[in-house]
Design a protein around this ligand. Structure first.
Ligand code: HEC
Length: 139
């Protein structure tokens, strides 16, 4: 016989199970190769390319010092992909999204260099999945 109470009673347990699963997967994500921008996640060559991209597309509105000082503080512990998305969505202000993914990634490399974050051997990938695995440190 159909008993509506059974379904209603089991629902909270389902929600708790789903929350536990989400927590577990979040923990797995944190253990699973997450890096920080303090660990050399771009190359010097890429930052140099970013400087050129900045001069061509950004410098008329932003002096490079705009990206220094406290610029990264509000991004602390956020994935690099978030900053990438914001810049791509909004900038250059007169032509948002106009640059190539590699150019936006090079800009990030330049911004990291401007903030004294160390360069490493490999370029910063412009692939979203890869950028999601790197958290922003501001020093
Ligand atoms: C035509 C002028 C102009 C150009 C070119 C331009 N910007 Fe901007 N940018 C602005 C203005 C104005 C703001 C502040 C308003 C805003 O936040 O939307 C801003 C804000 C920003 C912000 C902060 C956005 C936020 O919401 O916190 C970032 C980061 C940024 N610009 C990066 C760049 C980069 C990188 C380039 C080059 C690819 C660029 N901008 C080119 C005018 C410009």
């Amino acid at each position: 016989m159909f008993d509506p109470k059974v379904g209603a009673a089991s629902r909270p347990r389902f929600i708790i199970t789903a929350m536990a699963a989400a927590l577990l997967s979040a923990t797995a994500w944190a253990d699973d190769g997450t890096r920080s921008t303090a660990e050399g996640v771009y190359s010097s060559e890429q930052a140099q390319q970013g400087l050129e991209v900045h001069e061509e597309y950004c410098a008329k509105c932003h002096h490079y010092s705009y990206f220094q000082g406290g610029f990264l503080i509000s991004w602390r512990n956020q994935p690099v992909s978030g900053l990438y998305d914001l810049i791509k969505l909004k900038m250059p202000e007169d032509r948002p999204g106009a640059l190539k993914p590699k150019e936006y990634a090079a800009l990030l490399a330049y911004i990291f260099e401007l903030n004294d974050l160390p360069a490493g051997d490999e370029k910063l990938s412009h692939k979203h999945d890869a950028m999601e695995q790197i958290l922003i440190a501001d020093e």
